[in-house]
Design a protein. Structure first.
Length: 225
């Protein structure tokens, strides 16, 4: 997709765990071709390596605690410089603290990039727990499913790639989700008024179907359906 301003598209998706930001980021990537940068996925990939840093990250993620800003900021900065981000990016899960938001602002300024929008996907806590506890994904291609809301067309077979192995995230259990919600409110929520003051915040009701929410995202970004 080419962008009218010639500068690409630079978007942040934010919201509570399970609000659908990863799903919407993947849909927006499909539509626009810009890069999807999920700090959660980057951290899970590092954790899976089993290195000393990976093990440290895994211990934090399994409890629903945040990785340190030092772990994250450098990782994001280097990723943004890669070639596939030249037409823009969708940040998913970053910034997650006020400090990360401030650092992002300075980092983008240095790179000559301006954020176009910060999209907050709003979903009440009762719905979040049901969404997270039922979600799982294809081990081969990462396509997401849900026990109740999004089942594969053929039981046990991924619609996207035909894979038959699926996984659930270790941090998608009731205790860890409760901790992630507490951390969201205490540490991430303060970034919402921060971006609002900068005129970047766009709020989207995340309670409808995936397609309905995607339409709302397109609308706030001024993209065609
Ligand atoms: P997510 O896939 O976005 O739900 O992230 C999974 C987990 O990775 C979170 O619960 C945090 O522990 C960690 N994480 C992801 N992004 C960040 C970030 N920007 N800062 C700190 N921790 C993060």
């Amino acid at each position: 997709m080419s962008f009218a301003n010639g500068l690409g598209l630079h978007v942040v998706f934010t919201g509570a765990p399970g609000c659908g930001k990863g799903t919407q980021a993947r849909i927006l990537k499909e539509k626009t071709g810009i890069c999807h940068l999920s700090t959660g996925e980057m951290l899970r990939a590092e954790a899976a390596k089993g290195t000393p840093l990976g093990l440290e990250i895994k211990a934090l993620l399994d409890k629903g605690e945040f990785a340190t800003d030092e772990m994250i900021i450098d990782m994001v900065s280097r990723r943004i410089d890669e070639d596939d981000c030249k037409d823009g990016f969708i940040l998913d899960g970053f910034p997650r603290t006020l400090n990360q938001a401030e650092v992002l602002e300075g980092m983008l300024k240095n790179k000559g990039i301006a954020l176009d929008a910060v999209i907050e996907i709003q979903v009440p806590d009762e719905i979040i727990m049901e969404r997270i506890l039922g979600r799982y994904a294809c081990m081969t291609c990462g396509q997401g499913y849900h026990d109740k809301f999004l089942k594969p067309k053929v039981y046990g077979v991924c619609d996207n790639c035909g894979g038959t192995d699926f996984y659930r995230r270790v941090d998608d259990n009731r205790t860890t989700v409760q901790n992630r919600l507490v951390n969201y409110r205490a540490l991430t929520y303060p970034t919402i008024p921060y971006f609002e003051k900068k005129g970047l915040l766009r709020c989207v009701d995340g309670t409808g179907t995936i397609e309905a929410v995607a339409k709302k995202v397109n609308k706030v970004l001024g993209l065609p359906e």
